[in-house]
Design a protein around this ligand. Structure first.
Ligand code: CA
Length: 234
């Protein structure tokens, strides 16, 4: 589901817009000022967050931090599409918005149809230039690598970075025995000198999330004295 961060301080714009977008199948995260927008943007992409934002609808005139500043800060770390919502006839706003790295702008008052058409156009345009990240599956587990999202039986489960990387490694090598040495080298680097029990702790945590019965794992299995194997074949 496409996640839109909607940043707009005026309720009479924000509320109906959020309602319409949700009705059209978008997931909408709302923020009513610039500082809240940055918190939501960063929080959504962090481990345990709702998942990365796919598009930002950004009002220019905002309390606490201007839309221009929000756009500038987002662009420091992200190429996420940004559509600026600008005041009527504010030609300077449009130019400023595009210079700041916005992908498009729309002038108030706008029709909902016009806005949603721009949203789809920008999403199409930006999707073309992006490398396809795979969706990996094994049994009841699905990993959307691009979105950094793991689902078990269709339910999203939060997964911290290391666990995610470890599970990704198994999903990319299904039915192969991965030795403890190989796994540690891939995840922590060849010069890792820490406690190798760390690996078992991560495996245990992953099992608690993906196995029907974590005490008798059927998916992420132990190969005694060697390592682990993710079993996808029957
Ligand atoms: Ca405003």
């Amino acid at each position: 589901m496409t996640r839109i961060l909607l940043v707009e301080d005026e309720e009479n714009y924000r509320e109906p817009l959020a309602l319409n977008l949700r009705r059209d199948g978008f997931k909408v995260v709302e923020a009513r000022d610039g500082a809240a927008a940055m918190e939501r943007f960063e929080g959504a992409g962090a481990p345990g967050g709702t998942g990365p934002i796919d598009l930002v609808l950004l009002d220019l005139m905002l309390p606490r931090m201007s839309g221009a500043e929000v756009c500038r800060r987002i662009r420091r770390t992200s190429r996420v599409p940004v559509i600026m919502l600008t005041a009527r006839d504010a030609e300077m706003d449009k130019i400023a918005g595009l210079e700041l790295g916005a992908d498009d702008y729309i002038t108030k008052p706008y029709s909902y149809r016009e806005l949603v058409a721009r949203v789809h156009a920008v999403l199409r345009r930006t999707a073309d230039g992006r490398p396809e990240e795979p969706v990996l599956t094994a049994g009841r587990v699905t990993m959307d690598v691009g979105r950094h999202e793991v689902s078990v039986d269709g339910q999203v489960v939060p997964m911290p970075k290391r666990e995610f990387e470890l599970l990704e490694l198994f999903l990319r090598h299904p039915d192969h025995v991965l030795t403890r040495g190989q796994i540690i080298e891939r995840l922590w680097g060849a010069n890792y000198v820490g406690d190798t029990k760390t690996l078992d702790v991560h495996v245990k945590r992953i099992r608690a999330k993906i196995e029907a019965d974590p005490s008798s794992p059927k998916l992420l299995t132990t190969v005694r004295g060697v390592g682990y194997r993710l079993v996808t074949a029957d």
